[in-house]
Write a protein that binds this ligand. Sequence first.
Ligand SMILES: Cc1cc2nc3c(=O)[nH]c(=O)nc-3n(C[C@H](O)[C@H](O)[C@H](O)COP(=O)(O)OP(=O)(O)OC[C@H]3O[C@@H](n4cnc5c(N)ncnc54)[C@H](O)[C@@H]3O)c2cc1C
Length: 387
Amino acid sequence: MQTTQHDSFEDIREAVRDLCQQFSGEYFRKIDEARGYPEEFVDALTKAGWLAALIPQDFGGSGLGLTEASVIMEEINRAGGNSGACHGQMYNMGTLLRHGSEEQKRNYLPKIANGDLRLQSMGVTEPTTGTDTTKIKTTAERRGDRYMINGQKVWISRVQHSDLMILLARTTSLADVKRKSEGMSIFIVDLREAIGHGLTVQPILNMVNHETNELFFDNLEIPAENLIGEEGQGFKYILDGLNAERTLIAAECIGDGYWFVDKVTEYAKERVVFGRPIGQNQGVQFPIARSFINVEAASLMRFEAARRFDAHQPCGAQANMAKLLAADASWEAANACLQFHGGFGFACEYDVERKFRETRLYQVAPISTNLILSCVAEHILGLPRSF
Ligand SMILES: Cc1cc2nc3c(=O)[nH]c(=O)nc-3n(C[C@H](O)[C@H](O)[C@H](O)COP(=O)(O)OP(=O)(O)OC[C@H]3O[C@@H](n4cnc5c(N)ncnc54)[C@H](O)[C@@H]3O)c2cc1C
């Protein structure tokens, strides 16, 4: 197991590794081939309490921070698995925990903690607005004790394997707000009641085995008590969830990065061509060493982002920078790993091609690299705004 960092999370790391050992590369490969969902794996994680890490003890969870949650996600990917099947529960939790009412927390958290309910989905992206989130067109109109939802979302993950979804919708039109970030609200949607009663789900097959869907809302009614926090302030609330998401995705990329480095290092020691191990050539060594260095550096930024999140300090810059550094490092490691496996890198049984596809996603989602660069350039460096 490659790393030079020693942290205080060895107990968590060991326990998650032990659990992950029951779910080999072959298990994830078969699920990937079948475009299935790793039910047994997610159940095992839930039963062991890992997916309730962020839920306070009073509500049945273990009351850990985002730092520990990031270590859990890292270890899953580092063991050859893919946290994409279940990471939603961790980052969606942030929104509910920080902005949900006591009643909402009492209603949902204990059931999420014991596995009766899954909160795996978050609906933000829309087909016509993309990353320009404040222009979303999905609306939630208050009618008495209910909200009526109309509109469309795209790329929404795990809807078919979740009971609940956090939804961002406009409650006041863009034309009627002072700031474009105002007038949006977030809701808890009970998918079990919604699907077939105003919500239609259309799966989108994609390059990775990541269950994504297009959602169509046609007069979906939800109880007004499902509004999280104050009406119109939803964008502010969801940013907490997005910062948690970026930090956790960074951790997953770091796990991927270590997996690629381990895999290629072992291979390069053993594969003999021209009478010596390929890893004896510096042309092979250096790209592996460089990607390892970048994974280690990204890991430090991830811990800084998580520390700030846990301390309730502003962490948007660090979460974004951790995501960019980690996604770049894992992609660099993935390329080195594939390249130095030669033709075998393309053979499914090595798992390299699967992990290569999986880690490529993080250049685009949940936020693309360009948008992070733009955010840092304009909001941190003070360069002129481009949009
Ligand atoms: C597998 C998968 C799972 C997903 N899961 C979810 C989910 O659960 N919930 C959810 O809400 N969303 C989800 N998404 C959506 C994801 O967050 C978006 O795809 C991502 O944010 C990019 O948005 P977009 O696809 O609309 O790209 P666009 O906004 O259309 O951008 C396209 C490209 O143009 C570039 N670009 C755009 N504007 C600029 C600019 N001003 N300067 C420079 N470059 C620019 C971007 O970098 C990007 O590469 C998922 C996506 C995928 C692929």
